[in-house]
Design a protein around this ligand. Sequence first.
Ligand code: SF4
Ligand code: SF4
Length: 284
Amino acid sequence: MKKILVLSGKGGTGKTTIASSFIKLAKSKNFADCDVEAPNLHLVYKQGTYNSKPYYGLKIAKINQEKCLNCGICQDNCRFNAIDFNGLEYKINPYKCEGCGVCGFVCPQGAIDYIDSVSGSIDLYQDNYLFSTGSLKMGSGNSGLLVTEVKKQLDKNYEEITVIDGPPGIGCPVIASMSGVDFVLLVTEPSFSGFSDLKRIIETVEKFKLDFGVCINKYDINIEVSNKIKSYLKANNYSFLGDISYSEKVNEIINNRKLVVDSNTIVGKEIKDIYINTMKLLNW
Ligand code: SF4
Ligand code: SF4
């Protein structure tokens, strides 16, 4: 399997626009959305049979009121302020509990159990393609584990190009998304924060010794910063794969749940060029 992962270092850079176009251009029948905190690839690829199963993250605490003596020791020791007292009984706030186990350790009554809690869903669409995705419930942690579950649903025997829309940032879910990929396409934008995030994600990708290339989305909203990014890439011998122009039509196309690459726009043409450059770079 040849796997391309699309990352951006931060949200809102147009990562999914490019990933969805790469899926079409590569004629991929095997792809995933690992941006589990804000998945949106299903807005354009959502067909065929749909299966969803619950995702269980860490177990969370639950007080057995029959055993509890209301001593408050658990509350005094919870670093996450996840235990409330309503004047009658102590209760765990499931949105704050991190499942650390301290309350159960200190409770003199053995009144605390740890129970499974549904933290999200693992979803699969099967049509003439296999599309794996997932969604984390608001306030739930452990998105890295969910990313791993989403990737497990991909067809490992698929021989053509698998495209993965990755999570934003540089944290645990990004690291989980990088395992086993062949190439990372980094999407940045020409702002000082975008440039700074790009450097951080490059550091992360390099730590995992992965090949990568960079494209600049909306390069023309700040040509000066775009040029600085390109000089930085050149100075470090990093691959630059192309520019994408700013166009108000992109939002219109996305809102109509269409693929930008199918549109007769300059942006569609530029994404195709980036795809061609990526294939040349990889010799695929
Ligand atoms: S430490 Fe145990 S007994 Fe004390 S309030 Fe908490 S759950 Fe109840
Ligand atoms: S498991 Fe940890 S975070 Fe959850 S209530 Fe107990 S002490 Fe607090």
